[in-house]
Structure formats: structure tokens, C-alpha cells
Write a protein that binds this ligand. Sequence first.
Ligand code: COA
Length: 164
Amino acid sequence: MFAYTMLDDAARSALTALLDVSFGPDRHSKIAYRFRDDVPEDERFGMAAWDGDLLVGAIQYWPCHVDGVDAQLLGPLAVAPAYRGRGAARGLVNRSLQLVEDAGTDLVVLIGDPKLYLQYGFTPASGQSLVIEGEPDHRVQMKPLTDAGREATGLVSPALATVS
Ligand SMILES: CC(C)(COP(=O)(O)OP(=O)(O)OC[C@H]1O[C@@H](n2cnc3c(N)ncnc32)[C@H](O)[C@@H]1OP(=O)(O)O)[C@@H](O)C(=O)NCCC(=O)NCCS
């Protein structure tokens, strides 16, 4: 019922309002934004869900590093309140994860509720001793996509933080 596109200029013009209503205007204080502030979004994977010309949902990814492997931090993922419970998030997550996998990414990491992400193959990152500084273990989820991703362990760091 929804149409899905890459996160294009039309989607970006409505994105801030969607994120404000979904996470609040103070969302930049969240730990996830340490991975996003000053780091360019990976535009290969961001997607939008539409009802006609109305943006109803969006997902974005930021590059990050764990133990030398190429990883992506999934999120934010947001669906407009009036459209929740109709499969938009599932459409966004499944489609974008396929792009991430096709690009050869080793590992996807996120900060969020394990109950929401189990259905997409995410498991608690504590099982692989992956850590995001400042986040409780149960909030950090991972989905390895390659053997290197399955073996990665340790601290998840923002992409630019590891560039010397
Ligand atoms: C979480 C959110 C993205 C879900 O969007 P949605 O379009 O309503 O989700 P869908 O309709 O695609 O649901 C897909 C499945 O996830 C489940 N689900 C949805 N929200 C859930 C939640 N918060 N916790 C656990 N499961 C959830 C649904 O029950 C559904 O499973 P089912 O088909 O077996 O019933 C949306 O509620 C939202 O934007 N919330 C505010 C922002 C937020 O919390 N984002 C996630 C940050 S980690």
C-alpha cells in the first residue's frame, strides 16, 4: 500500500518534521547522534515510504566501525503516528537491509528495543561483546552479514573517529 523510494530531496524536505514528531526536538542529545553529528549519512541506504506525495516513514544509516570491519548504524527509523501499525517500518527495514547486504557491509548495529528488531534478525550485541559507550547492553542490537561481521567484537565507534 505504500510506495518506497530512496531518501531523495522531496523526502528530506519533510524529514525533520517526521523525526521531531517521532523522537522529539531534543533527539540530538541521544547517544546515537554521536555517530551522526559531523559524519555524513550513507546515502546509499536511506529510504522513504510514501502515501501519495505524503512522507509517512523514513530510515537512515550512518557508517561506523567495529574491530576493523565496515559497519552501518541503522536509524533513525520513524513512521508518522497516523500511519503506524500498517507495515511501513517493515517495508523500510527489509528493503534497506537488502541494499546494505548487497553492498557487502559486514555488520549492522543499532540502538533500540530488542522486541522490535528481533523479527529482522537482530540479536543483542552483548552476545558478541559489542559495546556502544554509554548505552546499556540490552539496547544495542546487531545483525552480522559476513564472516568478518560475525567475528567482530569490542567498541562500536563513529566512522570519522577512526580516521587518522
Ligand atoms: C517503531 C515504529 C518505527 C514502527 O513503525 P510501524 O510502521 O508502526 O511498524 P510496522 O507496522 O511495520 O510493524 C512491523 C512489526 O513490528 C511490530 N512493532 C511495531 N512497533 C513495535 C514496537 N515499538 N515494539 C515491538 N514491536 C513493534 C509490529 O507489531 C509488527 O509486527 P506484527 O506484524 O508481527 O504485528 C513507529 O512506531 C515509530 O516511528 N515510533 C517512534 C519512533 C521509534 O521508536 N523508532 C524506533 C527507534 S529504535
